[in-house]
Structure formats: C-alpha cells, structure tokens
Design a protein around this ligand. Structure first.
Ligand code: ZN
Length: 252
C-alpha cells in the first residue's frame, strides 16, 4: 500500500478490526453486484469507497427520471445512460483505484456462471423473485456467499446466505422457488427513498464483514426494517433439508 492509499483508507486502518491487513484484504477482494437500482447504487458506492479492489456490475437497464428519487449513484444529466456506466462513473469519481467490470445485460444462469466464479461473493440488489432465485442457485453451485437485500414501500429485508457454513440456509430454503409469489415492483408499489440506501449500505457492511472474515454477518438470520417507525426486527432462519437448491440430493 503506497502513501496515497494509506491516507485514503486511514479511517479504516485506524479500526482495530480492519487495520492495514484488513484493508489489503479488501483491496484484493472481488464483489459481484447484480442490479444497479436503489440498493445497488448505495452498496456499490460504499464498496468502492471502502476500497474493495474489484467490482463487477451487472444491469441491463438505463437511468430514467423516476429512478433519481432514490438511485443516488446516477444523476439527472445521465438519464438515458446504462445504469452500469452511470454507477461506474460515480464510483470512479469517488475512488479511481477500484477496477470495474461492466456487464450491460440481464443476468441469467449462463451469465452468472461466467461472472460469479472469479468473485468472492455476490450482492443481490435486484427486485424480482425469479432473478433472486437464479442468483441464489448460482451462489450455491459455485459456493459463494450471497448478501441479499430487498426494499419495497417502507419495508426492507436483509440476510447473508453462505452454504459453505454448516446449517446456513440458502435463499431458496427461506423463500422456496416453487411458491406462488406475486412479482411486485417499485413502479407500482412505490418505495421510500432512504429505505434503499439503508438496506444497500447494510448489504455493503455485511459484504465487508464477510470479506474481512471478522464480526458477525447476518447468517441464519433474516432482518427486517419497518421504515415507517425505523424499527428493525429479526427472525431465525434454518436450512431446509429438502431444499430443491442446496440439499445434497439436489446438488450434482
Ligand atoms: Zn436451500
């Protein structure tokens, strides 16, 4: 780490839980961020600022006016840009040391099989049930931790799924893929602006905790935020031995 990096990351290095060694570990880490909407904007900005060495950003969408109420890595002058390009511009402005890989595509099983293995963990910052299941299945296939966030109206949800850890469920253990879930979207339901920032920043915090191998990430716990009253609550979640995604019977 050169003098510039020692200064840039000095407030991290001052923390006993991180220090120079932890900061170097972050610098050699690689995170896959799927979705550069409200959650992804907050999460990717913090991961970049915090000095995660490599970020792969995946989103097929473009910035539009309705995004700007909450998607703070984008800007009015970038309406019409691909979200990954816009988010990358903001991350580069904050921290030019981060190496960025930009994928302007809809994530699917094939692209996740290509993009996930080089990464240390994945952040699910999407807003659809089907894509969440695809990201989870890829994380189980490739043995990568998944930091999952969701935000709609005033309600947020957050958890870490790491099937490498004993008894840790996968996303599908908690939200079975075959269940009938109505796809709900911000476009019809609305979303409270800072909620996506709160959940996205919490996803970044959990990702850093996992990468540093310290602290207590949200394993086996599903945390929920009611932003009407700023109240967090938590339920325990367990591995489902009959899970169609992570049970030994369903894995090759
Ligand atoms: Zn499972």
């Amino acid at each position: 780490m050169d003098d510039h990096e020692l200064l840039r990351y000095s407030r991290h290095i001052l923390l006993n839980e991180i220090g120079i060694e932890g900061q170097q570990r972050l610098g050699s880490s690689h995170v896959l961020v799927v979705g550069l909407g409200g959650l992804g904007c907050a999460a990717a900005l913090y991961l970049g600022a915090a000095g995660v060495g490599r970020l792969t950003l995946v989103d097929h969408d473009r910035v539009d006016l309705t995004n700007l109420q909450r998607q703070i890595a984008h800007s009015t002058e970038r309406i019409g840009w691909h979200k990954v390009e816009s988010a990358a511009a903001s991350i580069r402005a904050l921290n030019p040391l981060v190496r960025l890989r930009l994928q302007t595509e809809q994530a699917d099983a094939a692209s996740l099989d290509r993009l996930l293995p080089p990464a240390d963990l994945a952040l699910d910052c999407t807003d659809g049930f089907a894509i969440r299941q695809l990201i989870n299945a890829a994380c189980v296939r490739h043995g990568r931790p998944l930091v999952s966030g969701a935000a709609l109206r005033f309600d947020g949800q957050l958890s870490v799924y790491d099937v490498r850890k004993a008894d840790s469920p996968c996303y599908a253990c908690v939200f079975p893929p075959l269940s009938q879930v109505e796809e709900t979207a911000c476009s019809t339901m609305g979303v409270f602006a800072p909620l996506v920032g709160l959940i996205g920043a919490a996803q970044a915090a959990d990702a850093l905790t996992v990468l540093l191998g310290r602290g207590q990430p949200l394993l086996r716990r599903l945390r929920m935020l009611d932003a009407r009253r700023m109240e967090w609550s938590e339920v325990r979640v367990a591995r489902n031995p009959a899970c169609p995604v992570c049970s030994p019977r369903s894995r090759p």
